[in-house]
Design a protein around this ligand. Structure first.
Ligand code: NAI
Length: 428
């Protein structure tokens, strides 16, 4: 990390931003976050529809916190800059101030950022995740009664823990005609007798014990804290034995060594417990990836927390969100040991930018992930979930959902936001 030894001791210098004086910094004490009543929470508006949906999310979150704690607690928002807005202020897309600001605040709500298509341009989203080592991409799937293509949608209640730093997405790859690919092909032939086609591009799939086990730890802690009963390791270990197969093995290892009192494995379920999960225990099982992709459709009630390497995790989280109606509802959070950056799964939706038409629910739900699972302000998160459920039930929705509800007049982003705030105020 350069200028400091550890995140606990991090005292940054800022060039153009300053933490708001009204708020207090979230601290790390004995390896845990300590949340003051007025924590500083960073936010990045992002590009495209970002400013509209982040504004909506902040308003809804503020209303819920006010309602839940009557002024005793309050989020003190701190704006940091990335994307086009950063370019105007700093002349660069991802300034050091922003990364340092997130390290300082530890908690951030982020809007989507544009990744222009074209060679050599790295995704800012990926750059943030890598710079802050946000290794777990946590994607819950919520069904609130919205129009959904899945006949079992009411059972779709999963959370996916996707590894965020390794696997084929680590970016270790070379085009077929590059000198690097040529050298690798020659090396493989000379050292191992492996002959690849002369026109083969090459990608490398690293999966480590370290990265697998810290992800599994996070997933198991989540399951314990949220009362989940099943944690499933998703892998393709029958084919890719030393990457995906090892992922399975290392994940089980964490479960039965570090969480022994909390878990039983599927083997133990049948050999020791006659197929009945004992009260208070979590079942840890595993499923081969292709089966898993089918099982969440055919037997969604059998799955709760799903832990997956990067590529599998990408596929299954998109599939799972499609089952419940898609992108306007899909929330996410990228977490490291201490830092969490919540952001919707969707992008900048350029065609809706600045038109007050986008659905802010995914951004709002990303904010509730911070509220509930990082700040521990469950009551406020519940108020928001209830308001969203009620809005869907009463058909007060933005156009992306309204078009699947015959005869329903769509609300603008700002109108929908006001509806949610009123519902929150009306909750008992
Ligand atoms: P996108 O997610 O922006 O849009 C896909 C489709 O969903 C479009 O039809 C869009 O209009 C619609 N959509 C997305 N969010 C919506 C919302 N909240 N309400 C209503 N409709 C919504 O994906 P696309 O078009 O592939 O990417 C656009 C830009 O966003 C690109 O520059 C891409 O790199 C970036 N992106 C950024 C992400 C991030 O910041 N984490 C994630 C995905 C894409």
């Amino acid at each position: 990390m350069g200028e400091y030894d550890s995140i606990e001791k991090f005292e940054p210098r800022f060039e153009k931003v300053k933490p708001p004086e009204e708020g207090e910094r979230i601290k790390i004490v004995d390896g845990r976050l300590v949340i003051p009543d007025k924590p500083i929470v960073a936010y990045i508006e992002g590009d495209g529809i970002g400013p509209e949906i982040v504004t909506a999310a902040r308003k809804v979150i503020d209303a819920a916190v006010e309602k839940a704690y009557g002024g005793k607690r309050k989020i003190v928002w701190w704006e940091l800059y990335a994307g086009h807005k950063a370019m105007k202020i700093y002349g660069e897309l991802l300034p050091q101030d922003t990364l340092n600001g997130i390290r300082y605040a530890l908690v951030a709500l982020k809007g989507p950022l544009e990744t222009p298509v074209g060679g050599g341009y790295r995704s800012l989203n990926v750059a943030i995740r890598q710079a802050l080592d946000l290794y777990a991409n946590i994607r819950p799937v919520y069904y609130f009664g919205q129009p959904a293509p899945h006949c079992y949608a009411e059972h779709d209640n999963f959370v996916i823990f996707r590894e965020n730093t390794e696997d084929l997405y680590a970016g270790i790859e070379w085009p077929a005609d590059s000198p690097e690919a040529k050298k690798l092909r020659e090396f493989l032939k000379k050292e191992f007798g492996i002959v690849l086609r002369e026109d083969a591009g090459i990608g490398i799939k690293p999966i480590s014990k370290f990265a697998t086990q810290r992800l599994m730890r996070k997933a198991l802690r989540w399951a314990i804290e949220n009362g989940n009963k099943i944690v499933t390791i998703m892998h393709k270990g029958n084919i890719m034995k030393y990457t995906e197969g090892a992922f399975r093995q290392w994940a089980y290892e964490v479960a039965v060594t570090e969480f022994r009192d909390y878990v039983i494995t599927e083997d133990e379920l049948y050999t020791k417990y006659e197929g009945k999960l004992p009260e208070g225990k979590i079942l840890v099982n595993d499923r081969i990836a292709d089966n898993m992709l089918q099982q969440i459709i055919t037997r969604p009630w059998d799955y709760e927390v799903i832990v997956a390497p990067n590529v599998n995790g990408d596929y299954i989280s998109d599939e799972a969100n499609a089952l419940v109606g898609g992108i306007g509802m899909a929330a996410g959070m990228n977490s490291g040991d201490f830092i969490s950056v919540a952001e919707p799964v969707h992008g900048t939706a350029p065609k809706y930018a600045g038109k007050d038409l986008a659905n802010p629910t995914a951004e709002i739900l990303s904010g509730t992930l911070l509220l509930k699972h990082v700040l521990g302000w469950k009551e406020a998160a519940d108020l928001i979930h209830n308001a969203i459920k009620r809005a869907i039930k009463e058909k007060k929705v933005t156009q992306d959902l309204a078009r699947h509800m015959p005869g329903v007049k769509p609300l603008r982003t700002s109108e929908y936001t006001e509806v949610l705030i009123n519902y929150i105020k009306e909750e008992k």
